[in-house]
Design a protein around this ligand. Structure first.
Ligand SMILES: [Zn+2]
Length: 336
């Protein structure tokens, strides 16, 4: 009796183990496609941040319309739309793109379709206006190798601004600035003046060294200039946290002190690498000198889309005009 029972118990335990194992397999198989949860956080004033759908999405809620900075990945659009609707029933009127990467522009069309754009006397458009610096449109619409653009035209910005600056109003002054050569040549900084929040795109990523994409027109000096410009906009609140908040392209919302620390880090690392370049060091020698060592705990990465080595190589290439691997110039612009 007791043997039979323990045998049945053993069978049940085995069956449970199989079910458990199958569940683990299912979870493991599903894990890559099971996306991160979307989190919504109120930043300040009219501005919220939506995280977990690719790049951070800034949501400014006006009385009549919503303005977004970046659109997240295409495959997360349904969840993004639901999260925005939970914040406000108003339509999306503007989407500002800060980067040409899929996790910034992938949701452009899906989100724009749910909104509309009031064109004054001419009436109303049936989709939101997707705005970027002109250089970003040039970049996404550029044909590769004589063929079509690698990025479908549905995802291109519908409107662009030329020059350094553009202003619009959605229940507060919203100021777009275009640093010409920072993370890329198509970046935008978006400042919500009354809410006292600035969206930086990938010029600022508080958990990673800045992603300076030389092949897309980025430069280390332009990156430092853009960080200084953002710090110039931000006002601290006494000696405490608070004042102006910055929403980065990826990662957590930060205050001016964190932004200034980041700028200091980028400037110091640039100076160290510049010294080594002036001494004629190769890229391998520069990497061996560990010019980022004291910052790697905060901003470094050994794996992923932007590693510490990638950052050092980009700064080295920019300052030396050499890509380090075969001595060719890294400044070519083969994509255009
Ligand atoms: Zn990004």
């Amino acid at each position: 009796m007791s043997i039979g029972r323990s045998a049945r118990f053993g069978e049940r335990a085995a069956a449970r183990a199989i079910v458990f194992f199958a569940l683990m397999l299912w979870l493991a198989a599903g894990a890559p496609s099971r996306a991160q949860e979307i989190h919504v956080m109120h930043v300040q004033g009219r501005v919220y941040v939506l995280a977990g759908a690719g790049a951070n999405i800034t949501v400014q809620v006006g009385d009549k319309a919503i303005l977004l900075v970046d659109a997240g990945s295409a495959q997360r659009s349904d969840e993004v739309i639901a999260a925005i609707k939970a914040l406000s029933p108003k339509p999306i009127e503007f989407i500002v793109d800060t980067s040409a990467d899929e996790d910034h522009i992938g949701g452009n069309q899906n989100l724009a379709k749910t909104g509309h754009f009031v064109t004054g006397l001419a009436g109303e458009d049936t989709e939101a206006s997707v705005i970027s610096a002109e250089a970003l449109l040039d970049r996404v619409s550029a044909r590769s190798g004589g063929g079509n653009s690698a990025i479908p035209s549905d995802l291109w910005p519908s409107d662009t601004y030329d020059g350094d600056k553009w202003e619009l109003f959605n229940d507060e002054a919203v100021i777009l600035e275009h640093p010409h050569a920072a993370h890329t040549d198509g970046d935008s900084i978006v400042f919500f003046r009354r809410s006292d929040v600035v969206s930086t795109g990938d010029i600022f990523t508080p958990n990673l060294y800045p992603k300076i994409e030389l092949e897309k027109g980025g430069t280390i000096q332009g990156e430092i200039d853009a960080l200084n410009r953002i710090i110039g906009i931000m006002v601290p609140e006494g000696n405490e946290e608070g004042g102006t908040y910055a929403i980065p392209g990826h990662g957590r919302v930060c205050d001016r002190t964190e932004m200034a620390n980041y700028r200091d880090m980028v400037t110091i690392v640039r100076d160290r690498i510049e010294d080594l370049v002036k001494k004629g060091k190769t890229l391998e020698q520069v990497k061996a000198a560990r010019p980022t060592l004291d910052y790697d705990g905060t901003y470094g990465a050994d794996t992923g889309a932007w590693t510490t080595d990638d950052f050092i190589a980009a700064v080295y290439s920019d300052l030396s005009g050499q890509n380090g691997a075969d001595g060719k110039s890294a400044r070519g612009d083969g994509t255009r």
